[in-house]
Design a protein around this ligand. Sequence first.
Ligand code: AMP
Length: 281
Amino acid sequence: MKITYTIQETKDQIKAWKKSGYSIGFVPTMGFLHEGHLSLMRKSAQENDKTVVIFFVNPTQFSPSEDFSKYPRNFEADAQMCEKIGVDLIFSPSVEEMYMGDADTFVDVDKLSKELCGKSRLGHFRGVCTVVNKLFNIAMPDRAYFGQKDAQQLAVISRMVRDLNMNVEVVPCPIVREDDGLAKSSRNAYLSPDERVAAVILYKAILEGERLIKAGVRNPEKIISEMKKIIGTEPLAKVDYVEIVDSNSIEKISVIKGQVLVAMAVFIGKTRLIDNFTCEV
Ligand code: AMP
């Protein structure tokens, strides 16, 4: 497994692989890996000749009040996990390598970025789209793997790829959960033992939402209110949002029909966690 730190050496390696006819799978992450990340890498390794993983905690997708400087990092352990899975290249650039001081170009997916998490994380998706676009240009992947855990990110990136005719296939990957149902996340490391127990309330709300839809409830407000009731039983939890939208357009729907995304963000103490489920009705 090769590790690169500069854009030039990464481009050179990938160009050489492309010249040899190898397909490139691409997994962008912020590091501090867990089974969710590894599932994306395994899928990429199955479907491509070469798998390229990015470790980059991207400052432009954090707002000033967020946790950029204390975001957890563990390069050595992450690299070992990648090696075991059969990753071919880790690209781990510094912030200075990725951003020139006078960078003045951004990619905005306008409407989709303003909904759900976009309301409380201003500029987040602009940061995500710009960096993913840059990374696509560096890694020139055939396929890029994104987790459904970040359902809005998946929708926004898919729209960017479609709208800008990018030569990459976006491959969605299912949410990986802990045994008690909590979606795996690097941010779970922030939870105290009590908060970790409390965090399972997100999954309980998900199960209730799924149950109601399966039982034939078609009124989104009814489902949202029942899910919020469940979250409200946990004293350490505070709802940021629970919403039901079309999973492609991220627009609110008035009746449960078509490709539906039920998404939520909930504070457990100071840690903001997201979770969701999708279904086709
Ligand atoms: P992050 O390092 O949090 O930016 O995540 C990198 C990628 O891993 C994104 O595409 C995430 O959606 C994906 N991911 C994170 N957690 C999970 C999970 N629990 N299950 C599946 N994919 C995940």
